[in-house]
Design a protein around this ligand. Sequence first.
Ligand code: FES
Length: 164
Amino acid sequence: MGDVLTRDAKVALIASYASKPEQIVNLLFRLQRTSKQHYIDQKTAQLVSDHLKIPVSGVYELCSYYPILNVKPQAKYMLKLCNAAPCTLVGGEMIRQTLEAVLGVPEDTVTEDGLFAYKSVGGLGACDQAPFIKVGTKVFGHLDETKTKQLVHDLQNGHYDHEI
Ligand code: FES
């Protein structure tokens, strides 16, 4: 996947922050938003370094410090599971195993097509819909194996792109 901004457009954006070093996180976030895989790639980090006269290691330090910034390609759809006991007891683990089998990657790993990754996190606040998968702000609740496979299929086909 390529980036939305050309190199020249990135340079122009970076240059517009030359006199505002205190806003570098905003700049990095804006650059990240132009990346189809939502991350600061090596070339972009180098451009920031070159044009703002800071070491490239400093750019990466900022990216590591701020959770909103990524240095690795992100999946188009991050599927979140709840790994707290109430959700696990009613089928959360089955959902995780289904995703592992269907997507063919371990947790927190982007599929080869860049579309999916899944992650178990604690307490997503949708206990009443367990077991569920949360994508963006949307909760897909009361899942079983069949519904989970169908959800992956529907996401692959962009079925929910207007909702998440
Ligand atoms: S315990 Fe999982 S959402 Fe509440």
